[in-house]
Design a protein around this ligand. Structure first.
Ligand code: ATP
Length: 375
């Protein structure tokens, strides 16, 4: 397997720029997720790496070998890149074994042990080898597609939203099996997804794309805890976004005076908290924290989201472990654990963040509410 390096790549379709100045390095034997909203250019970038399309400018190298740029244009079939499309793309008239064999180099095609090994690598029983794709679940089909892509021992594996057609339960199992197979095979991989949970749980690094640009490249924990801006913050997870005034190195906001995760200029700002930082207590004689009313509770078993109406009318979300939950309409004291991440108001992308949040959680509320809304 090899590393991947994308340098200053741009691409337009007609007069419309779709990718602008993309720089991306994927280290050898690691998985990078390309994460972004629909239409931001993820698939276009993947197709340029695969060689299905050519960039207007810039270069792409697999290991030390430039496959695009500097006057070179290595055809897709000679790049040594495996590709797993959205729906698997298996040949419907061929058995599982024949589909996987199709990916094998000619000299290995007579060795039934190779197919068995590849099926085992993706967590499939050898007994499935004689079935046809329509006799498999969607998740099994995706695993066969990965086995076929890994068969020629590619330098790099590209996966284009491989789990998007699977239902939630199957998606998690298949995700895990695919991640384990990629790891066991020592693959270098790029996964396109618009699902932040998928990106955060599977990838070594996440490349967040927005409107044709790569806006942040970071490991999952850094991305979640130190997003570049509020748009990235709200895209990679639920967020509590509040207006605040930064004074004396602390954020003064509706939930109290909070320490800051990193220094921020004094003055008006927007702060980011994650819902798991909100802690709820009963409304006792001497409550600590802001008093809020429970708007509703969404119970997921392992945890729960509690929507809270703050005194200002702003709605925020707390994420609790699900063992003891408040009732709808109850009054609770809200305290904050940990620090807040502050963005100076001018740089906070306030209008956009407000619109995004409003769209998700505050439909129908007035403009003032929308401005401070919380996902
Ligand atoms: P999705 O998550 O919906 O698949 P994406 O992030 O993968 O989206 P792309 O498929 O890369 O986005 O598309 C980026 C933009 O380029 C879109 O506006 C799309 O309409 C446009 N586009 C993609 N392919 C072509 C093409 N062949 N001709 C013209 N425009 C295209």
């Amino acid at each position: 397997m090899s590393s991947l390096t994308v340098s200053e790549v741009t691409k337009s379709f007609g007069a419309t720029p779709v990718l602008t100045g993309i720089d991306l390095h994927v280290p050898n034997r690691s998985l990078t997720a390309l994460l972004g909203p629909s239409g931001c250019g993820k698939t276009t970038l993947l197709r340029l790496i695969a060689g299905f399309d050519e960039p207007d400018t810039g270069a792409i190298a697999v290991g030390d070998r430039t496959v695009t740029g500097a006057g070179r244009g290595v055809p897709a079939r000679r790049r040594g890149i495996g590709f797993v499309p959205q729906e698997g793309g298996l040949f419907p008239h061929l058995s599982v074994a024949a589909n996987v064999t199709f990916g094998l180099p000619r000299r290995e095609r007579r060795d039934p042990g190779r197919v068995r090994d590849l099926l085992a690598l993706v967590g499939l029983d050898a007994a499935l080898a004689e079935r046809h794709p329509h006799q498999l679940s969607g998740g099994q089909q995706q695993r066969v597609a990965l086995a076929r892509a890994l068969a020629p021992r590619p330098s790099l594996v590209l996966l284009d939203e491989p789990f998007s057609s699977l239902d939630a339960g199957l998606r998690e199992d298949t995700r895990q099996a695919v991640a384990e197979a990629l790891y066991a095979s020592g693959a270098t991989a790029v996964l396109v997804t618009h699902d932040q949970a998928e990106a955060l749980s599977m990838a070594d690094q996440v490349a967040v794309m927005r409107a044709g640009r790569l806006v942040q490249l970071a490991d999952p924990q850094t991305l979640y805890r130190h997003p570049l801006d509020l748009d990235v913050a709200t895209f990679v997870g639920d967020a509590v976004v509040l207006d605040a005034d930064v004074r004396g190195g602390q954020a003064h906001c509706e939930l109290g005076v909070l320490p800051l995760e990193r220094p921020c200029p004094e003055g008006p700002s927007r702060i980011l908290l994650r819902p798991e930082q909100l802690q709820l207590g009963g409304r006792t004689a001497a409550p600590t924290g802001t008093i809020a009313r429970v708007h509703s509770v969404e119970f997921y078993g392992h945890d729960a989201r509690v929507l809270l109406d703050l005194p200002s009318g702003l709605q925020v979300t707390a994420r609790l472990d699900g063992s003891v939950l408040p009732a709808d309409g109850a009054e609770v004291a809200v305290a904050v654990s940990g620090a807040a991440l502050a963005f100076p108001a001018r740089a906070a992308g306030r209008d956009q963040a407000g619109r995004d949040q409003a769209g998700r959680d505050q439909a129908g509320r007035d403009q003032a509410g929308r401005d401070q809304a919380v996902a």
